[in-house]
Design a protein around this ligand. Structure first.
Ligand code: HEC
Ligand code: HEC
Length: 216
């Protein structure tokens, strides 16, 4: 049975790279992390969470794809994403800190247990990267990534804990997200990411997305 990298990344102790987050956000993350770790602690509870999560996620497949790999560029892949990150984003949609016409209404009807099971189900699915169409642009993106992003999103862009995996994500979605952070769009801004994205121009954003979407 595959133990994706998120499992290792997700369980790693918070390191020196942990961004300086407000206290409330840290305690929310710790609470989800404890619940995720409890479900991952034995093969039986992990297996059950994945099965229940798969059932609860049948409707999500319409947009996020059968195996968590979306066929719509503006809809993010959920496969291989860190479960604690997924859980924090689901909660954010649920309480209005993050907003999207469709996601916000949908998530409100789900119980916390379903949310956790879905996060675990999606986190265990395989990532499917898209080969870079423009290798020169991707190389530029790699340089920007190493300079400005690697410290938090990790050497291989696989994130960890509440930090998003970016490797293999849809290119249009990555670009949209960075532009939303940059403009501090209502419904998607973040203290840390918005100040980082503020320093990126459109070309840098495109090169980063070209590079990141091609990573396994
Ligand atoms: C009608 C299409 C649609 C359906 C159905 C849908 N989603 Fe989404 N989902 C989206 C879009 C679009 C976004 C990106 C929104 C944004 O840009 O903020 C998204 C974002 C997300 C994210 C954030 C991912 C990230 O990388 O930050 C999570 C988690 C998520 N959806 C989970 C779910 C779950 C669980 C279900 C089923 C209960 C579901 N979605 C059903 C369209 C959909
Ligand atoms: C100080 C730590 C830190 C740095 C440096 C950082 N990020 Fe982030 N990033 C985060 C956190 C935390 C989140 C989750 C924010 C949220 O909840 O919306 C995030 C979220 C994202 C997302 C949204 C992912 C998704 O699935 O929706 C993208 C895209 C992203 N970062 C790209 C980048 C890029 C590109 C860089 C470098 C230019 C970068 N980040 C640098 C901490 C960081």
């Amino acid at each position: 049975m595959l133990l994706s990298v998120w499992l290792l990344a997700g369980l790693a102790p918070a390191g020196a790279n942990e961004p300086n987050r407000p206290e409330a956000a840290r305690s929310e993350v710790s609470r989800y992390e404890a619940r995720v770790n409890a479900l991952l602690s034995s093969p039986e509870t992990w297996q059950k969470a994945r099965q229940d999560g798969k059932k609860a996620a049948f409707f999500c497949a319409n947009c996020h794809g059968e195996a968590g790999v979306s066929t719509l560029g503006h809809v993010p892949n959920l496969a291989g994403q860190n479960p604690v990150y997924l859980m924090t984003q689901i909660q954010k949609f649920g309480d209005g800190r993050r907003r999207d016409d469709f996601m916000s209404g949908l998530i409100k009807v789900l119980k916390e247990e379903d949310r956790l099971n879905m996060a675990i189900y999606y986190g265990a699915l395989d990532v499917r990267p898209t080969p870079a169409k423009n290798p020169r642009l991707a190389r530029e993106g790699q340089l920007h990534y190493r300079r400005a992003c690697l410290g938090c999103h990790g050497q291989q862009a696989r994130g960890g804990r509440d930090i998003a995996r970016l490797a293999g994500q849809q290119k249009p979605y990555l670009m949209d997200s960075l532009k939303k952070y940059r403009s501090r769009a209502e419904g998607r801004s973040d203290r840390v990411m918005s100040s980082i994205a503020a320093k990126l121009n459109d070309e840098q954003i495109e090169s980063l997305a070209e590079y990141l979407s091609s990573l396994p």
